[in-house]
Design a binder for this molecule. Sequence first.
Ligand code: BDP
Length: 704
Amino acid sequence: MKFFTWLRNLLLLIAATIAHLNASADDGYRLWLKYDRIRNEATRTAYSNSFRYIAISGSSDILNNAAKELQTGLTAMTGKEIPVVKAPVKNQNGIILTISAGDDASGDGYSIQMQGANTVISAAKDAGVLYGSFALLRHLQQHLPVEKAAGQSSPKIQLRMLNHWDNPEGTIERGYAGGSLWKWYELPETVDPRYTDYARANASIGINGTVVNNVNASARFLTAEYLHKVAALAGVFRKYGIKTYLSIHFAAPKTLGGLKTSDPLDPEVRKWWTEKTKEIYSIIPDFGGFLVKANSEGEPGPQDYGRTHADGANMLAEALAPFKGVVIWRAFVYKADPKADRFKAAYEEFVPLDGKFAKNVIVQVKNGPIDFQPREPFSPLFGNMPQTPLGIEFQLTQEYLGFATHWVYEAPIFKECLDADTYVKGKGSTVARIVDGSLHDYPLTCMAGVANTGSDRNWTGNPMAQANWYAFGRFAWDHTLTAEAIAQEWTQLSLTTETKSVATISNMMLRSRDIYVDYNTPLGLSRPWTGSHYAPEPWQNRSSRPDWTAIYYHRADSLGLGFDRTADGSNALAQYRPEVRRTWDNAETCPLPYLFWFHHIPWSKKLSSGRNLWDELCHRFYTGADSVLWMQKQWAAVKTSIDPDIHADITGRLIKQHKEAIWWRDAWLLYLQTFSKQPIPAIYPKPERTLEEVKNTVNIYLMR
Ligand code: BDP
């Protein structure tokens, strides 16, 4: 008996060790493409019976990669080798990959059909078959019945792109997950296999374009040496249906070409770009085009020569047109004018240019009018340039969202903007319908995400931030999906399929953004930072430009708080349609999340919540910081369903997040209290430091 107990314990120990080793093999590298062995035997058997082979009719790199992915995924999930063959095998169930002329002009759409015992994935182009294959794998990773995979899907947006803000020396502007993925120093001779995994991850969520370098672009990328490095990356990406683009330095004709000017109307300059573009296409035949940040934050541009954004964009468009390349011209512009409201700048510069851009130009607009703040109203450019294709730019990297430390699921930010109604053609004129081209019949459509990837083993630093990359791709494909559905899907693919844990985690994801907003920038506050975009500095009042101080944005004074953008103030609200304006321009009815975006509110004003302004601020900051404790508890509750290393990683980050939430809360409240002159309500514990002490911690943080 004793012996048997001993033996049983030993066996249990061995089993636990194996389970642990298996589990802790998860370092996050595999993202949502884990393909873990399915534990439920019935599901596993059903899958291996349904998929005994993968047949490809036709041949191309992309089709081969689709088959390879299915083979890898299914073999890992079922534990049975699945061969890739040239033709369907009689009397056996399998997957058939096939190209068939469909009605989806882009070729990216696919259908999955059950034909007899076979699962047929077909599309007009091989990229569509690849997307269909990933869709099937996504379905099976959620352990759903095979036949439920049947259906059709086409992307709503043509260009679904990542924008990498990567520099030639390997750093990333606003990157929080290590250095650049691109090893410029060893390219093109050495091609890291990780580039393939990057391409797989993107293709799995439908991303079909990538801009590999920073919008604050180095002209170095246009040298032959760098073009060959970029070509090596493009060589990997194209096998997954991804086109490569470059950010360009507008003054390159001068800096690189040795010309006297970079004036877009100068014939020599135009010739230089034409030649350079030809050279690029001779090296990268399927090159996508240029992304341009011009006359913004000190970058050169056409205005340096008295020309317009359209002049600049059209010059490049002309050079790219013979190759079907596109110009993606960013609308992120604002001048150092102390009297102006930065909110209004992009509209003022771009709306007069509507209709003046060449056919192969898209103007890329950030979701909000300022700059990727935790909560912004939608940019008033949407709807106001009916004759110019407008793309949308979201930021995945958490520049203003707590870097890689804080857990913020961004899908609600994307969705809030996409679902916002501009009313430009009556009710239902959502930003999504502008961006997908359906409202104004745009011939080109684009959704871009500023990438949050880096050289960290788990790609995104914070493992939860993988969800933001994932959600972006899923929305770019189909903006009608919900943030909730994507959270559940991602959790199942990436963390656990245990039902209760999926519900707990996706609920945390959905609440995470509002929690962050509450302790960071509640009620429509914005930009309490200067250079760091992290350490709280709401008191910051000195800079080379007024709009680079914190006080410019919150406008706290002895009377109240917030930026008056009504007709009595900067009148930025006039840039929106009356239906939109109406919801925002009355301080009594303006939804609280947008209050300080549009109004300067007296400290003792009673709000719709029943609290006065100061008490509401205290309530938000305290509840926000306390809610991180709630997150910690929820996370502790899912421990047994999550890989131990990933669980420990997030646990650590949540501890830090709580400390910093208190830091931000204290900084804001102690600073604002110098204006409000009101006490923090007795129900809340008093901050354990003085304003001077918080300022000191910030000074230390900012020390070089
Ligand atoms: C701001 C970033 C800056 C970027 C800029 C941009 O702080 O690093 O260069 O956006 O989008 O948010 O061009």
